[in-house]
Design a protein around this ligand. Structure first.
Ligand SMILES: [Zn+2]
Length: 84
C-alpha cells in the first residue's frame, strides 16, 4: 500500500468500517510510515474538533456564528506532507 492509497481508506479506517484484510494492510503501512501515522492523528483531531464545534454550537443554541464554526474547522484541517 502506498501513501496515496491510504488516503482512500482513511475515512473508513477512522470510522472502523475497513474490511479486515484492508485493515491489516493499512495498519502495516501505518506501522512503517510516520507521515501516514501523523496524518491519521490529524484526521482524528479534525473530526474531534468538528464534533466539539458542533456541540458548542448546540449548547449556545445557535448563538455561535457559522463563520466561527467554519474558522475552527479550517484551522483544524490536516496539512498533508507530500515530501515522501
Ligand atoms: Zn504512508
Amino acid at each position: 500500500m502506498k501513501c496515496r492509497e491510504c488516503d482512500e481508506f482513511l475515512a473508513d479506517y477512522v470510522s472502523g468500517e475497513l474490511a479486515a484484510d484492508v485493515l491489516a494492510t493499512f495498519e502495516l503501512h501505518l506501522s512503517r510510515c510516520r507521515n501516514c501515522r501523523t496524518y491519521v492523528e490529524q484526521y482524528r483531531l479534525t473530526i474531534a474538533a468538528g464534533k466539539t464545534a458542533c456541540e458548542a454550537a448546540k449548547e449556545a443554541k445557535g448563538d455561535m456564528p457559522e463563520e466561527l464554526i467554519q474558522a475552527i474547522l479550517a484551522a483544524a484541517r490536516p496539512v498533508r506532507d507530500h515530501s515522501s
